[in-house]
Write a protein that binds this ligand. Structure first.
Ligand SMILES: NC(=O)c1ccc[n+]([C@@H]2O[C@H](COP(=O)([O-])OP(=O)(O)OC[C@H]3O[C@@H](n4cnc5c(N)ncnc54)[C@H](O)[C@@H]3O)[C@@H](O)[C@H]2O)c1
Length: 247
């Protein structure tokens, strides 16, 4: 089997597959923690909540086909996926906007265990600069450029109000950040080469509401009613119920 380097593979893995790789990684981590050495594609697909044909197709992009009659080596596949999505690296992250959401994100221990190290918390409000969250000082937003340079930050998280998000994104890009996770309900304009992922819980809820409404309508024998304002905004309900990025 010829292995592809992450850079070679990253060029042609579909975005929807990339979005499922962390789900496989989480399922494999649980299997490894429970002492399972190998697993079939059906077992892994069921643990990840996708169908096994889709899983096999996804893993084929990594050059991973498993062994007939044995399945996949859990540890090795875990390593392959982790390497592909870059979580064998240490990724320094800054969070901008340390209000309710910023506090929750800064306190979230799951970042570190997945290779994301929060190196700075920044906020424009001087009243916040006396605070520490999860052992990290909240610093002035104006420190962004120097922190990015000193710490080699590649990923910025925006948890400011919507009206501030574009300015924050512009400052991140100017400082050299090329990957942004945006929690603010604001569409960001960024130059080519900068990746933005948007997280919007209210849109996910609206999508669920849409499906709930369809279920209720079909139970009552009525035509489903379309819901205005529910669009494809970065999250789509997959047929197997998993929310994933659009292809
Ligand atoms: N994506 C989601 O699912 C989700 C869930 C909850 C909240 N949100 C969004 O997250 C954002 C934050 O929500 P919150 O409840 O934490 O708000 P908040 O008001 O508690 O906190 C916002 C923080 O951003 C700071 N800020 C404002 N302008 C700034 C700027 N230009 N530079 C740096 N810091 C700045 C404020 O001082 C404040 O500390 C909002 O946009 C909200 O809509 C998203």
């Amino acid at each position: 089997m010829t292995e592809r380097t992450p850079t070679e593979a990253a060029r042609d893995i579909p975005e929807a597959t990339v979005a499922r790789l962390p789900v496989y990684l989480r399922a494999l981590t649980s299997l490894a923690e429970s002492g399972t050495p190998t697993c079939s594609s059906e077992e892994l697909a069921s643990a990840a909540g996708v169908n096994s044909a889709k899983l096999r197709k996804d893993l084929s992009y990594l050059g991973s086909y498993g062994t007939r009659g044995v399945g996949y080596d859990v540890e090795y596949l875990r390593y392959q996926i982790a390497r592909e999505i870059g979580v064998t690296h240490d990724w320094p992250v800054v969070i901008v906007g340390i209000g309710n959401l910023g506090h929750a994100l800064a306190n979230f221990s799951g970042f570190r265990s997945r290779g994301f190290r929060v190196v700075a918390l920044l906020d424009a409000d001087p009243g916040r600069h006396r605070e520490q969250v999860a052992g990290i000082d909240v610093r002035p937003f104006s420190d962004l450029a120097s922190i990015v340079e000193e710490q080699g930050v590649a990923i910025g998280v925006i948890s400011t109000p919507a009206h501030a998000a574009q300015d924050v994104a512009d400052a991140m890009v100017a400082a050299g950040i090329s990957s942004i996770l945006n929690f603010a309900p604001q569409v960001l304009a960024v130059p080519e080469g900068v990746d933005v992922r948007k997280v919007d819980l209210s849109i996910e809820l609206q999508i669920l509401a849409y499906h709930q409404q369809r279920k209720s309508s079909s139970a009552a024998g009525q035509e489903p009613v379309a819901l205005d304002g529910v669009g494809d905004a970065g999250g789509l309900g997959d047929l197997d119920g998993r929310v994933e990025a659009p292809a």
